[in-house]
Design a protein around this ligand. Structure first.
Ligand code: SF4
Length: 485
């Protein structure tokens, strides 16, 4: 399955050394969270920044200095981005690459953002911001406005939390030498804090801390604000958290398996997904000869499936390491070519086998359909799909690349219809309750909007219901739901 996350963020406050190497490695560990642009901002005499298109380059230190003309300073932030607001044209990607920087003459702010603003149009109008600019520009302007009025970063974060419907995990830097971070009041996106002697850091995922040998301290609470400044680490609950709504999809697909959420490695949760599927569908599993997975996010679930069912596990599909959808792909043909090239099938090992195929999710169905077709062509006798993420029935408003009903195969088709359309012998989704249990979180601590149709923020909920009704009455969607509603 091929979906894009909106962004990954990182921030470093180093007491006595250059923050840039830590920023570079912390962001490189999170390249999977955004591939359209990357960038860094560091406070020296003033805030300096560098942004560029594509993935963060992997270069030797000496070549890197030529490629990324940076930078020295003890405080900095970084970002990798995939656009879920504004256009994906090259010009727009350049203009909206992060960190974004804004100034009112007195205060200057650099901002790195992961999430999506649902009420973007209203806020752009209110602040007089060009609609071609992304939601990060809107948030940056809101923070500046409130700092001017109240002189308080905490009040500025509170203003964002009260005014924005959507998801946001933010790391920022001021020209006064403050590194700050805050999360939306339901905490959809991950953001953790860690420290070691003389260094404090924020990262979307804990792998960004691990790579710099920084100890994970805690996941920021929804509505929490932290400020790191000279001799000061401040932690404030800027807005009370009425409920948590952490994105459930992070566990199945987005996060790296070696990241930790809720004190558990993501790979352990994925392994438990596989155990659940093998238990729930033991009758179908017992018909199969071998369990395989679609690389790489379903590998751990396939292992759990094998452990529980006793079925032989074999790696009969392999991912081409350097082929990815992390490029500027627009057309349907290009997209299906990449899907084909991304996964290689070990054809001679497939012939005559009844396969249990574990995958993380079915969104549009095009990747799965293509793989099933190739497994059949290789001589598979039966193809049974076991899907760790429950059936997706609605779009995401919070920064995942599935922002309309019309693109979702699960929004309109029954499981039987999906099975037939994908050319499989059976499609077996993990039930929502089993999924939740494996995460170790409670159902009311997770966002499950795309699988239940109930979204954790009021405007998203209202838009989803309106749009579904509109489509059922014969209307047609026009792009991302939150930009067209
Ligand atoms: S709607 Fe789905 S993908 Fe989007 S934040 Fe919620 S659980 Fe995650």
């Amino acid at each position: 399955m091929s979906l894009r996350e909106s962004c990954g963020v990182y921030g470093v406050y180093a007491n006595s050394k250059n923050a840039f190497p830590l920023l570079y490695w912390g962001m490189l560990a999170q390249n999977h969270r955004g591939h359209q642009s990357h960038g860094f901002a560091i406070l020296n005499e003033r805030i300096e920044s560098y942004t560029s298109l594509g993935l963060i380059p992997v270069l030797s230190e000496s070549n890197l200095k030529n490629e990324v003309p940076l930078m020295s300073g003890r405080i900095g932030i970084g970002n990798v981005r995939y656009a879920t607001s504004a256009s994906s044209s090259l010009e727009s990607l350049k203009n909206n690459a992060m960190p974004v920087i804004d100034s009112d003459g007195e205060s200057t702010i650099a901002l790195s953002f992961n999430g999506n603003v649902v009420n973007i149009r209203r806020l752009q109008n209110m602040l007089g911001i060009d609609p071609s600019l992304s939601d990060a520009h809107v948030i940056c302007r809101m923070i500046l406005k409130k700092i001017r009025e109240t002189k308080s970063l905490i009040e500025a974060s509170k203003y964002c939390m009260e005014s924005i419907d959507g998801s946001f995990s933010i790391v920022g830097l001021t020209n006064k030498g403050e590194l700050f971070a805050f999360k939306d009041p339901v905490g959809v996106k991950p953001l953790c804090y860690g420290c070691k002697k003389g260094v404090s850091a924020f990262s979307s995922e804990s792998v960004g801390l691990d790579i710099n040998d920084i100890n994970l301290d805690h996941e920021l609470n929804p509505g929490e604000m932290m400020i790191i400044a000279e001799n000061r680490v401040e932690r404030t609950q800027a807005l009370p958290c009425k409920r948590k709504a952490f994105c459930a999809f992070e566990f199945a697909y987005f996060a790296r398996p070696d990241s930790k959420f809720n004190h558990k490695y993501v790979y352990e949760t994925r392994r438990d997904f596989g155990v659940n599927l093998a238990r729930k569908y033991s009758d179908i599993a017992s018909r199969c000869d071998v369990v395989i997975s679609l690389p790489e996010t379903a590998n751990d679930a396939a292992y759990g499936f094998h452990e529980e069912s006793g079925l032989k596990w074999d790696m009969l599909t392999r991912r081409h390491r350097y082929v990815s959808q992390r490029a500027f792909i627009t057309g349907v043909e290009e997209r299906s070519n990449v899907i084909y090239r991304k996964v290689n099938i070990l054809k001679s090992k497939i012939k005559g086998k009844r396969l249990a195929v574990v995958d993380d999710s079915i969104v549009r169905g095009d990747t799965t359909r293509s793989v099933v077709k190739r497994l059949r062509a290789a001589g598979a006798e039966e193809v049974h799909l076991f899907i760790t993420f429950p059936k997706i029935i609605g779009p995401c408003f919070y920064g995942i690349d599935m922002a309309s009903y019309s693109e979702l195969i699960g929004a309109w088709k029954t499981i039987e219809e999906i099975t037939s359309e994908l050319g499989a012998d059976s499609v077996n989704y993990q039930p929502i309750e089993d999924y939740v249990a494996a995460t170790g979180m409670r159902k009311d601590e997770l966002c499950l909007g795309c699988v239940t149709g109930e979204y954790p923020t009021p405007l998203a909920n209202e838009m989803a219901k309106k749009m579904k009704k509109y489509i059922l009455e014969g209307g047609r969607e026009d792009g991302r739901i939150y930009e067209s509603c």
